[in-house]
Design a protein around this ligand. Sequence first.
Ligand code: 5RP
Length: 221
Amino acid sequence: MNSDQLKQQVAQAALAHIEAYNFKVDLGVGTGSTVNLLIDLLPQVRHRIGAIVSSSEASTKRLEALEFKVQELNQTGDLTLYIDGADECDAHNRLTKGGGGALTREKIIAAASKKFICIIDHSKQVDILGKFPLPIEVLPMARSYVARQMVKLGGQPIYREGFVTDNGNQIIDIHNLKILDPIELENKINQIPGVVTNGLFAQRKADLVLIANQQGEVTEQ
Ligand code: 5RP
Protein backbone atom coordinates (compact mmCIF):
# COMPACT_ATOMS: atom_id res chain seq x y z
CA MET A 1 0.00 0.00 0.00
CA ASN A 2 1.19 3.53 -0.65
CA SER A 3 1.50 6.20 2.01
CA ASP A 4 -1.92 7.76 1.32
CA GLN A 5 -3.61 4.37 1.56
CA LEU A 6 -1.88 3.68 4.89
CA LYS A 7 -3.04 7.05 6.22
CA GLN A 8 -6.56 6.21 5.09
CA GLN A 9 -6.44 2.89 6.97
CA VAL A 10 -5.30 4.46 10.22
CA ALA A 11 -7.81 7.32 9.93
CA GLN A 12 -10.56 4.75 9.51
CA ALA A 13 -9.31 2.86 12.58
CA ALA A 14 -9.46 6.04 14.67
CA LEU A 15 -13.11 6.43 13.82
CA ALA A 16 -13.92 3.23 15.72
CA HIS A 17 -12.37 4.75 18.85
CA ILE A 18 -14.81 7.68 18.68
CA GLU A 19 -17.71 5.35 17.99
CA ALA A 20 -16.77 3.21 21.01
CA TYR A 21 -17.77 5.88 23.54
CA ASN A 22 -21.35 5.54 24.79
CA PHE A 23 -21.70 9.31 25.15
CA LYS A 24 -20.98 12.37 23.02
CA VAL A 25 -17.25 13.12 23.08
CA ASP A 26 -15.79 16.59 23.13
CA LEU A 27 -13.21 16.10 20.41
CA GLY A 28 -9.89 17.79 19.70
CA VAL A 29 -8.83 17.57 16.07
CA GLY A 30 -5.18 17.80 15.03
CA THR A 31 -3.57 18.95 11.80
CA GLY A 32 -1.95 17.34 8.77
CA SER A 33 -2.61 15.01 5.88
CA THR A 34 -3.48 12.01 8.10
CA VAL A 35 -5.92 14.05 10.16
CA ASN A 36 -7.44 15.50 6.98
CA LEU A 37 -8.50 11.97 6.05
CA LEU A 38 -9.98 11.52 9.51
CA ILE A 39 -11.88 14.81 9.23
CA ASP A 40 -13.40 13.63 5.97
CA LEU A 41 -14.73 10.54 7.79
CA LEU A 42 -16.07 12.39 10.85
CA PRO A 43 -19.60 12.91 9.45
CA GLN A 44 -20.03 9.13 9.91
CA VAL A 45 -19.77 9.57 13.70
CA ARG A 46 -21.45 12.97 13.97
CA HIS A 47 -23.92 11.49 16.49
CA ARG A 48 -21.00 10.71 18.85
CA ILE A 49 -19.51 14.22 18.77
CA GLY A 50 -20.38 16.99 21.22
CA ALA A 51 -18.00 19.94 20.95
CA ILE A 52 -15.15 20.10 18.44
CA VAL A 53 -11.95 22.08 18.94
CA SER A 54 -9.39 22.40 16.17
CA SER A 55 -5.61 22.82 16.31
CA SER A 56 -5.27 24.96 13.18
CA GLU A 57 -7.04 27.29 10.81
CA ALA A 58 -6.62 24.64 8.08
CA SER A 59 -8.40 21.94 10.09
CA THR A 60 -11.09 24.41 11.14
CA LYS A 61 -11.78 25.26 7.49
CA ARG A 62 -12.04 21.58 6.57
CA LEU A 63 -14.34 20.85 9.51
CA GLU A 64 -16.56 23.81 8.74
CA ALA A 65 -16.88 22.70 5.12
CA LEU A 66 -18.46 19.54 6.56
CA GLU A 67 -20.81 21.64 8.68
CA PHE A 68 -19.14 21.02 12.01
CA LYS A 69 -19.29 24.00 14.34
CA VAL A 70 -15.77 24.49 15.69
CA GLN A 71 -15.54 25.92 19.20
CA GLU A 72 -12.80 27.65 21.18
CA LEU A 73 -11.07 25.64 23.90
CA ASN A 74 -11.92 28.48 26.28
CA GLN A 75 -15.60 27.72 25.72
CA THR A 76 -15.46 23.94 26.05
CA GLY A 77 -13.13 23.26 28.96
CA ASP A 78 -11.20 19.97 28.91
CA LEU A 79 -11.86 17.57 26.05
CA THR A 80 -12.66 13.86 26.08
CA LEU A 81 -10.37 12.89 23.25
CA TYR A 82 -7.69 14.40 21.02
CA ILE A 83 -6.68 12.74 17.76
CA ASP A 84 -3.64 13.88 15.80
CA GLY A 85 -0.80 12.64 13.61
CA ALA A 86 2.93 12.90 14.23
CA ASP A 87 6.22 13.19 12.39
CA GLU A 88 8.01 10.65 14.59
CA CYS A 89 7.00 8.25 17.36
CA ASP A 90 9.26 6.19 19.60
CA ALA A 91 8.48 2.96 21.44
CA HIS A 92 7.26 4.93 24.49
CA ASN A 93 4.69 6.96 22.48
CA ARG A 94 6.81 10.08 22.73
CA LEU A 95 6.45 12.15 19.59
CA THR A 96 7.97 14.79 17.38
CA LYS A 97 5.28 17.00 15.87
CA GLY A 98 4.95 20.31 14.08
CA GLY A 99 5.89 19.41 10.52
CA GLY A 100 2.76 21.33 9.57
CA GLY A 101 3.62 24.17 11.95
CA ALA A 102 0.61 23.75 14.25
CA LEU A 103 2.62 22.46 17.23
CA THR A 104 1.62 25.06 19.82
CA ARG A 105 -2.13 24.69 19.47
CA GLU A 106 -1.64 20.92 19.18
CA LYS A 107 0.28 20.84 22.44
CA ILE A 108 -2.34 22.92 24.23
CA ILE A 109 -5.17 20.69 23.04
CA ALA A 110 -3.24 17.51 23.87
CA ALA A 111 -2.65 18.85 27.39
CA ALA A 112 -6.33 19.68 27.81
CA SER A 113 -7.57 16.27 26.65
CA LYS A 114 -8.24 13.25 28.81
CA LYS A 115 -7.04 10.89 26.07
CA PHE A 116 -4.65 11.50 23.19
CA ILE A 117 -4.71 9.05 20.28
CA CYS A 118 -1.94 9.48 17.72
CA ILE A 119 -2.46 8.12 14.19
CA ILE A 120 0.57 7.28 12.04
CA ASP A 121 1.84 4.91 9.41
CA HIS A 122 4.86 2.73 10.13
CA SER A 123 7.30 5.14 8.43
CA LYS A 124 6.97 7.45 11.45
CA GLN A 125 8.28 4.87 13.94
CA VAL A 126 11.81 5.53 15.21
CA ASP A 127 14.10 4.14 17.91
CA ILE A 128 15.44 7.58 18.82
CA LEU A 129 13.62 10.88 18.11
CA GLY A 130 15.47 13.55 16.18
CA LYS A 131 15.91 12.30 12.63
CA PHE A 132 12.96 14.48 11.63
CA PRO A 133 13.98 18.12 12.21
CA LEU A 134 12.52 19.35 15.49
CA PRO A 135 10.28 22.41 14.95
CA ILE A 136 10.38 25.29 17.42
CA GLU A 137 7.80 28.10 17.28
CA VAL A 138 9.48 31.37 18.21
CA LEU A 139 8.49 34.98 18.62
CA PRO A 140 9.87 36.68 15.48
CA MET A 141 12.32 38.96 17.34
CA ALA A 142 13.87 35.98 19.15
CA ARG A 143 14.49 33.79 16.10
CA SER A 144 18.27 34.28 15.76
CA TYR A 145 18.83 34.19 19.52
CA VAL A 146 16.96 30.89 19.88
CA ALA A 147 18.82 29.50 16.86
CA ARG A 148 22.17 30.30 18.52
CA GLN A 149 21.09 28.56 21.72
CA MET A 150 20.10 25.49 19.70
CA VAL A 151 23.55 25.38 18.09
CA LYS A 152 24.99 25.22 21.63
CA LEU A 153 22.71 22.23 22.25
CA GLY A 154 24.20 20.47 19.23
CA GLY A 155 21.51 21.19 16.63
CA GLN A 156 21.59 22.80 13.22
CA PRO A 157 18.75 25.34 13.00
CA ILE A 158 17.10 26.15 9.69
CA TYR A 159 14.62 29.03 9.47
CA ARG A 160 11.33 27.93 7.84
CA GLU A 161 11.34 30.90 5.50
CA GLY A 162 8.05 32.48 4.50
CA PHE A 163 6.05 30.46 7.01
CA VAL A 164 3.93 32.26 9.61
CA THR A 165 2.11 30.19 12.23
CA ASP A 166 -1.57 30.63 13.01
CA ASN A 167 -0.34 32.55 16.09
CA GLY A 168 1.67 35.03 13.99
CA ASN A 169 5.05 33.54 14.91
CA GLN A 170 7.94 31.87 13.06
CA ILE A 171 9.36 28.35 13.00
CA ILE A 172 12.93 27.14 13.12
CA ASP A 173 13.56 23.47 12.33
CA ILE A 174 16.44 21.89 14.24
CA HIS A 175 18.37 19.26 12.30
CA ASN A 176 20.88 16.68 13.49
CA LEU A 177 19.53 16.18 17.01
CA LYS A 178 19.81 12.76 18.60
CA ILE A 179 17.23 13.07 21.35
CA LEU A 180 18.19 10.60 24.06
CA ASP A 181 16.16 12.27 26.83
CA PRO A 182 13.08 13.85 25.19
CA ILE A 183 11.53 15.16 28.43
CA GLU A 184 14.75 16.90 29.46
CA LEU A 185 15.21 18.48 26.03
CA GLU A 186 11.55 19.51 25.79
CA ASN A 187 11.90 21.38 29.09
CA LYS A 188 15.30 22.86 28.26
CA ILE A 189 14.15 24.31 24.94
CA ASN A 190 10.97 25.71 26.44
CA GLN A 191 13.06 27.68 28.93
CA ILE A 192 14.88 29.65 26.23
CA PRO A 193 13.40 33.17 26.14
CA GLY A 194 11.43 33.71 22.94
CA VAL A 195 10.42 30.07 22.49
CA VAL A 196 6.66 29.63 22.32
CA THR A 197 6.95 25.87 22.31
CA ASN A 198 8.82 23.01 20.68
CA GLY A 199 7.58 19.97 18.81
CA LEU A 200 8.56 17.36 21.39
CA PHE A 201 5.51 15.70 22.89
CA ALA A 202 7.25 13.78 25.66
CA GLN A 203 5.78 15.20 28.86
CA ARG A 204 2.28 14.86 27.43
CA LYS A 205 2.86 11.89 25.12
CA ALA A 206 0.19 9.92 23.30
CA ASP A 207 -1.89 7.54 25.40
CA LEU A 208 -2.43 5.28 22.44
CA VAL A 209 -0.76 5.15 19.03
CA LEU A 210 -2.51 3.55 16.06
CA ILE A 211 0.02 2.42 13.47
CA ALA A 212 -0.73 1.27 9.91
CA ASN A 213 1.85 -1.34 8.92
CA GLN A 214 3.11 -2.04 5.38
CA GLN A 215 0.12 -4.26 4.66
CA GLY A 216 -2.31 -1.62 5.94
CA GLU A 217 -3.17 -3.53 9.11
CA VAL A 218 -3.54 -1.24 12.08
CA THR A 219 -1.82 -2.15 15.32
CA GLU A 220 -2.02 -0.41 18.70
CA GLN A 221 0.91 0.72 20.87
C1 5RP B 1 1.30 19.26 12.21
C2 5RP B 1 1.69 17.95 12.78
C3 5RP B 1 1.29 16.72 12.04
O1 5RP B 1 0.61 15.88 12.90
C4 5RP B 1 2.52 16.01 11.53
O2 5RP B 1 3.29 16.93 10.76
C5 5RP B 1 2.14 14.80 10.68
O3 5RP B 1 1.51 15.22 9.51
P1 5RP B 1 1.04 14.22 8.39
O4 5RP B 1 -0.15 13.50 8.90
O5 5RP B 1 0.74 15.12 7.21
O6 5RP B 1 2.18 13.29 8.08
O7 5RP B 1 2.32 17.85 13.81
O8 5RP B 1 1.81 20.34 12.95
